[in-house]
Design a binder for this molecule. Structure first.
Ligand SMILES: *Cc1c(COP(=O)(O)O)cnc(C)c1O
Length: 357
């Protein structure tokens, strides 16, 4: 509904948007297992690097060339195959700005990351949502059937997260290969926000598939959600077109410094990932002991089906200062997405659950 006092016309696409369920405020002192963040935060080396930023640096608009070069080396791509973004959210916005016209069709597979739908609808596109089945399997045949439709109705963009949020499941590489071999005029974004926990990537495929973009973020394993920095990878021509639609300074200097320091501290990253994988195993085991059905996760969270107990459980945990995410975008109630913090975090969660259930 247009606001009553506003005399300025607002785009129809904006008025029609469903509000995004962003994290609540006031989460700082709680055990935050609701948004898949890093519960211990970034490497101390990142804080040291940030404290060395000078007043002069603060007064200058950010420059991207050097950081892009160093990060490109880390990701084993050429600088021209990489574009820095203000988190993956910004990359999604940029994709919509570059490729989507009013009324274009976008394909997603739900349940998935809400921002694919949000930025597509904001651009005025029509979203077609296929669904994971009851076993949380990716419907590859149905996806390919949509990609093969005549050019006028084929999706302009296909968004895929792997591991997928909130299911945690990994889309098999063989499915991704079939999809990329089937596309002609569709841009495919493969969102690898949780790559560090699955170890599976198709990043090298950007050399082979001109329609492929791969996204990564420093928000999850690197513990830099507050600074907003991510990377988009693809073939140089594709990225050059997108740079033309991009705001001039999407990533700030602190984020650049932090990202460089984060990739330089390999030991922190390795130790953190190892800790989370142990914690995830503990979490999976614990959840099954409470009779919840879980799905195999390649990410730093687990989707659990608690059936009719879910809502009461989530509320009771909240009263104990533990935040988890109840997902209401399933055909029925009962699904809870729980992040794996450290093993100490997981033990605290499981003790609290034991008291409640
Ligand atoms: C958390 C998440 C992101 C968020 O990335 P930002 O870089 O913080 O914008 C992107 N994709 C998926 C699938 C996520 O779960």
């Amino acid at each position: 509904m247009p606001p009553k006092k506003l005399k300025i016309p607002v785009r129809k696409a904006v008025l029609g948007l469903a509000p995004y369920n962003a994290p609540k405020e006031g989460r700082a002192k709680k055990l935050r297992l609701d948004f898949n963040e890093n519960t211990v935060g970034c490497s101390p080396a990142v804080l040291r690097a940030l404290s060395r930023i000078t007043a002069e640096q603060m007064g200058i608009y950010p420059e991207y060339q050097e950081t892009t070069k160093r990060l490109a080396r880390f990701f084993r791509v050429r600088p021209a195959q990489m574009h820095l973004t203000n988190g993956i959210d910004d990359a999604l916005h940029l994709i919509a700005d570059t490729f989507l016209e009013d009324g274009d069709s976008v394909l997603i597979v739900e349940p998935t990351f809400d921002m694919y739908r949000f930025f597509s609808e904001l651009a005025g596109a029509r979203v077609t949502a296929l669904r994971y089945d009851d076993e949380m399997r990716f419907p590859v045949d149905a996806v390919i059937e949509h990609l093969r439709r005549p050019a006028e109705i084929a999706p302009r963009v296909l968004f895929i997260a792997t591991p997928n949020n909130p299911t945690g499941t990994v889309v098999p590489k063989s499915d991704l290969r079939r999809i990329l071999n089937a596309v002609t005029r569709t841009l495919v974004l493969v969102d690898e926000a949780y790559f560090d926990f699955s170890g599976e990537t198709i990043l090298p495929w950007i050399r082979r598939y001109p329609n492929l973009l791969v996204a990564r973020t420093f928000s999850k394993s690197a513990g830099l959600a507050a600074l907003r920095v991510g990377c988009l990878f693809g073939n140089p021509e594709l990225l050059a077109v997108m740079r033309g639609a991009c705001s001039p300074y999407p990533v700030n200097t602190a984020a650049l410094v932090a990202a460089e320091a984060a990739v330089a501290d390999k030991r922190f990253a390795q130790n953190y990932t190892k800790e989370i994988l142990l914690s995830r195993a503990l979490l999976e085991q614990g959840l099954q002991q409470f009779g919840a059905r879980i799905y195999p996760s390649g990410a730093n969270f687990v989707l659990a089906d608690f059936g009719p107990r879910a809502h009461r459980l989530v509320k009771a945990l909240e009263r104990k200062g533990i935040l988890v995410r109840e997902r209401k975008d399933f055909p029925r109630e009962g699904f809870v997405r729980i992040s794996a913090g450290t093993r100490a975090d997981t033990r605290k969660l499981l003790r609290a659950m034991k008291e409640i259930l």
